[in-house]
Ligand binder design. Structure first.
Ligand SMILES: Nc1ncnc2c1ncn2[C@@H]1O[C@H](COP(=O)(O)OP(=O)(O)OP(=O)(O)O)[C@@H](O)[C@H]1O
Ligand SMILES: [Mg+2]
Length: 315
């Protein structure tokens, strides 16, 4: 089973720990890690752990880009690199041991030229599999409607697009041809609609409006420890989160998307996929730091989540 993932603005995720964080004085850190990062790459990592094949389409450039290419090889991810002139970014997460708090730093990423993003669309036209997962922010220079263009390229070969982005990437991806599935967090849906969405009913209405407009066939709104909501033409399914002792919520969204697309690509229906996504999200918060979900935890939570009762009732 093969899917494609797209990461327009990937990063090397650098993380380490320090006793205390100070200004001016040099701080010593340890437990240094380098991981390949960015939405689509994270989704691919979990999808591959589950036993599927995920080809990562991603833009990379400069010395950090070469290091990112190498990290994808280390993780044995099938990759299709679109070279760019700019320098791939490095995102940093520092865990302060004294406070048990994590500080995360990220930059906007390199500028991408028109010929580079056009090259990306051309390469994507050659992708295999029934699903393409477009996840993460748009790099500077990439047009707002880029994910809509991706959806059109996918549709031309009969593939479905799954979109997980924020800001202009999310808005632009929903403004045109429409995607199969979109996964906004509640905060992202609020920003998209400009509405405070204070209760489940208003969230359900906002998601249903996207379905009616043809922006997406399925909308999965993720609400961290409060669970998630799936809205489509058949109605609304609102499920509570699976009870788990949370270590770090980083990567829950990407693991959720990976779980959903894995179930869908395995031929399961959307409701099952939604529950499986929630199991993967819960499995991700179980692991500390930036670690993503592991299959044994996903399977265990999927058994629990399969019987979770919906909250409330929506037409
Ligand atoms: N503390 C938690 N307990 C149980 N399940 C959780 C928890 N946090 C997240 N999940 C599950 O994972 C899903 C996705 O999490 P979340 O809503 O935080 O995604 P996100 O905001 O996209 O995260 P990210 O920061 O990775 O982009 C949730 O809908 C829920 O099912
Ligand atoms: Mg997210």
């Amino acid at each position: 089973m093969e899917i494609a993932t797209l990461t327009v603005n990937p990063a090397i995720d650098l993380s380490f720990e320090a006793q205390r964080i100070f200004h001016t004085h040099k701080m010593r850190g340890d437990k240094e890690r380098h991981d390949p990062g960015g939405g689509g790459i994270n989704v691919a990592r979990v999808f591959v752990r589950l036993g599927g094949t995920a080809r990562c389409f991603y833009l990379s450039g400069g010395a950090a880009g070469a290091a990112l290419d190498h990290l994808l090889d280390v993780h044995q991810l099938a990759r299709c690199r679109i070279p760019i002139a700019g320098e791939t970014r490095i995102s940093t997460a520092i865990f302060e041991q004294a406070s048990a708090k994590e500080y995360r730093f990220s930059t906007s990423g390199p500028s991408v030229s028109r010929s580079e993003w056009e090259d990306c669309l051309e390469r994507l036209a050659q992708a295999r599999g029934d699903y393409i997962v477009a996840s993460g922010s748009l790099a500077p220079g990439v047009p707002d409607d880029f994910y809509d263009r991706v959806a059109r390229v996918a549709a031309q070969r009969g593939a479905r697009t799954i979109l997980d982005s924020s800001g202009r990437g999310l808005a632009g991806g929903l403004a045109g041809h429409g995607v199969f599935l979109v996964k906004p967090s509640l905060g992202e849906l609020r920003a998209l609609t400009g509405d405070p969405l204070e209760d489940d009913r208003t969230v359900a209405e906002a998601a249903a409006a996207l379905v009616r407009q043809g922006a997406a066939q399925h909308v999965a709104v993720s609400m961290a420890h409060e669970g998630a909501m799936l809205v489509n033409a058949s109605g609304t399914l609102r499920l509570p989160a699976i009870a788990v002792k949370a270590a770090s919520s980083v990567g829950a969204g990407d693991s959720f998307v990976a779980g959903m697309v894995f179930a869908l690509a395995s031929g399961r229906d959307i409701d099952h996929a939604f529950r499986y996504g929630m199991a993967a999200g819960a499995a991700a918060v179980l692991t500390p730091g930036t670690s993503l979900a592991y299959p044994a935890d996903i399977e265990r939570f999927a058994r629990e989540g399969a019987v979770a009762q919906p909250i409330g009732s929506f037409g």
